[in-house]
Design a protein around this ligand. Structure first.
Ligand SMILES: [Zn+2]
Length: 232
């Protein structure tokens, strides 16, 4: 067994801790990405709502035009009662007939505008249903991510507790070297290949390094990357 076996055990648990920490860090980002998947459906709904609003506005505008002309006719008829000559009376009749023609015109436009409202309402309902459907799927994923988050937190706490125990078996001198290198290189402990190559940085080691590793008596670092070498 290699003298660095306790360090290999420590490295194994550190590897698990690294993976869990990375996953823990990724989960909030993955939740954001899930939410962003809804933006297309949200925009489609907003567009459909805007189109419906415009269609309703057109109906209302035409309605106002019709109402203004009906008011005008009423006012003309009231004035007509006070007229003195037949000629004046005829002029008012012509004016009223002209406005009634305009009203017919506007009412036809009103019907056309109302025809646009119904399909626009359908499109809003469709877009709303689509968004709700997608929201349900996304909510499902987010619930899974939240569940995974608490599992990972539990696994991380357990792994950290195991690490404390595993670390006790490592000599202080080895520990110091390992911890110093751990922030810069990963993995810290690597096997020395049969061709005397460091399996961390792939540099061929001098024969003396190979001999020291084979002797298995102490900590032998790679000449290039400083990783701790062992014979598999
Ligand atoms: Zn190396």
């Amino acid at each position: 067994m290699s003298v660095v076996q306790p360090l290999l055990d420590l490295q194994e648990i550190d590897g698990r801790i690294r993976d869990l920490q990375r996953e823990l860090k990724d989960i909030p980002q993955r939740k954001v990405q899930e939410q962003e998947r809804l933006s297309g459906a949200r925009e489609a709904l907003a567009r459909a709502q805007a189109e419906l609003k415009n269609a309703q506005l057109r109906v209302n505008e035409v309605e106002l035009e019709v109402k203004a002309r009906r008011d005008k006719i009423q006012s003309l008829k009231q004035n007509q009662a006070t007229l003195k000559t037949n000629k004046e009376f005829q002029i008012f009749n012509l004016e009223i007939a002209k406005i009634e023609g305009e009203i017919d015109n506007y009412e036809a436009r009103q019907l056309a505008a109302m025809d646009d409202v119904i399909p626009a309402k359908h499109r809003v309902a469709e877009a709303d249903a689509k968004l709700k459907e997608e929201q349900t799927v996304v909510d499902g994923y987010i619930a899974e991510l939240d569940a995974r988050l608490s599992v990972v937190q539990g696994e991380l706490a357990a792994a950290e507790a195991v690490r404390v125990e595993v670390a006790k078996k490592v000599s202080p001198q080895f520990m110091l070297y390992y911890e110093r290198l751990r922030s810069k290189r990963w993995p810290v402990v690597v096997s020395l290949g049969a061709d005397c190559v460091c399996n961390g940085c792939h540099l061929v080691q001098p024969p003396s390094v190979g001999q020291m590793v084979r002797r298995n008596q102490g900590l032998v670092p790679c000449q290039m990357c400083g990783r701790i070498l062992y014979m598999a």
